[in-house]
Design a protein around this ligand. Structure first.
Ligand code: BGC
Length: 466
């Protein structure tokens, strides 16, 4: 059941990715029907992250009140309506509103989906399972790019937008069959339902006594202190807030969505060649992103979070600098170098900066304010996503591709420093242990240190987890 749950819930990521990617490939047919200024294009493109910013702020409150599953059902319904509306519009402002609504649904789901998986997963495979969410995002992006290759001609953007309804409806149907999160049920004082949910997740004959006791004890402690539920700014919670928000700031300012939303434009600026070649290279970006995310899922619970973060930031910084130099010296570097470096950039992102912020935000916040904490982290994700996507066309026409990528590289170097000096290791540490560590006022960075030391930096290392 847990794999089925992860598969269904991760569909929220598919919707997220599809709507991010579709605007890149729908762009030319859309502007043919609705000629628009750079500003209008930036705004229509950025309407999804803007809606998602609002959605993720609402999502935390909604899920604390109504649970994980019901809120996701609402988001799935809203998503399907938004996709239909986007396909039927007759003016740009209508499209902007439809994309804003889609964004709302995506934002709500972006908070609740990883949380729902993390709270339902067994400790040993929590990292890998939550990362199915990121895998689904990349699958959604890839699917949208492939749609751009297959659905061509006048008005093709309507078909592309309408296709988004299919995963929306499938998501809604899948959710009907899932149990509610045992941790949320325990927090509501519904102990017997929490037990039934655990049995459905782990298997009817599995002994869930110890796991349930751990969850129940933490939920009881949370309820006792409910009157004084900690503020997100409480000194002991602050390190979690910093991890959640700064990781997303770094993820977005690494420039990933300049590439995801504008890949064909970037290839054109890099002088790659025909429109067809640009779209094929764009599909290549989507494919590398997807395949390397699968690798990341295998590594996250083996190598650990911190080593992967460092590898990712180092790789993105190096490839961005290479691209910037190659763009500035077209006589020295042929354009294929830019394509290869961009694939290297995407691979470095996908193996770490892609999945890890989503995973770690679902791990670090204390249970009673996990929803609010994840809202704050997601707001950072979508807020900075909006800024990059909205400003990128302007950056291209002012400081150029090389200037923009140099700025992104500087952020990645900052990210490398942050991973080395601040990021905790949450591999193999239960959500309850993480919370106890924070409450004890221990520096977050010391979390899991002993476990990392026993886990050499090697693929296939299978240090037993507690
Ligand atoms: C980010 C998205 C990005 C995607 C690319 C996600 O982790 O939050 O903004 O488009 O990765 O794969």
């Amino acid at each position: 059941m847990i794999y089925f749950l992860a598969g269904v819930v991760a569909m929220a990521g598919l919707l997220f990715g599809y709507d991010e990617g579709v605007i890149a490939v729908a762009g030319s047919s859309l502007t043919h029907d609705f000629p628009m200024s750079d500003l209008a294009r930036g705004f229509t493109t950025a309407a999804v992250p803007l809606g998602a910013l609002v959605g993720c702020i609402l999502g935390g409150r909604l899920t604390e009140r109504f649970g994980r599953r019901r809120v996701l059902m609402g988001a799935a319904a809203l998503f399907s309506c938004g996709a239909l509306a986007a396909a039927c519009v007759i003016a740009v402002w209508m499209l902007t509103i439809a994309r804003f609504v889609l964004g709302l649904a995506i934002g709500v789901a972006a908070v609740v989906a990883p949380l729902y998986i993390a709270e339902s997963a067994p400790l040993r495979i929590r990292g890998g399972l939550v990362s199915t969410y990121q895998l689904a995002i990349t699958a959604g992006i890839l699917l949208s790019y492939l749609t751009g290759l297959v659905v061509v001609g006048e008005g093709s953007w309507r078909v592309m937008f309408a296709l988004g309804m299919v995963p929306g409806v499938a998501f809604l149907i899948g959710l009907v069959f899932l149990p509610e999160s045992p941790r949320w049920l325990a927090l509501q004082g519904r102990g017997s339902q929490a037990k039934a949910s655990l049995h459905r997740l782990r298997g009817a004959t599995t002994d869930v006594t110890a796991e349930l006791a751990g969850i129940q004890a933490m939920a009881d402690a949370e309820q006792r202190s409910a009157a004084h539920a900690p503020s997100l700014l409480a000194p002991w919670v602050r390190p979690a807030l910093i991890i959640g928000t700064v990781l997303f700031f770094l993820q977005q300012l690494s420039g990933i969505n300049a590439v995801i939303y504008y890949a064909p434009t970037i290839f054109r600026h890099a002088g790659l060649g025909s429109d067809k070649a640009n779209v094929i290279a764009t599909v290549g970006v989507g494919l590398v992103n997807f395949l390397v995310t699968i690798l990341a899922m295998a590594l996250i619970d083996r190598w650990g979070r911190r080593p992967l973060l460092s590898v990712g930031f180092a790789g993105t910084a190096a490839t961005l600098i290479l691209i910037a130099v190659a763009v500035m010296k077209p006589n020295v570097f042929p354009s294929w170098i830019i394509v290869v470096a961009l694939f290297g950039y995407i691979a470095s992102f996908a193996v770490s900066l892609g999945p890890l912020p989503h995973l770690m935000m679902s791990e670090v916040f204390p249970l009673s304010i996990r929803g609010a904490g994840m809202s704050a982290a997601s707001a950072s994700n979508w807020g900075f996503n909006f800024i990059v996507v909205f400003l990128f066309p302007l950056m291209l026409s002012t400081i150029g591709l090389a200037g923009a990528f140099t700025l992104f590289a500087v952020v990645c170097l900052g990210g490398l420093l942050f991973s080395i000096t601040f990021a905790p290791e949450t591999r193999g540490v239960s959500l309850e242990e993480i919370e106890a560590h924070l409450r004890a006022g221990e520096p977050l960075r010391s979390l899991g240190l002993a476990k990392t030391r026993t886990a050499p930096f090697a693929i296939g290392n299978r240090t037993p987890l507690p």
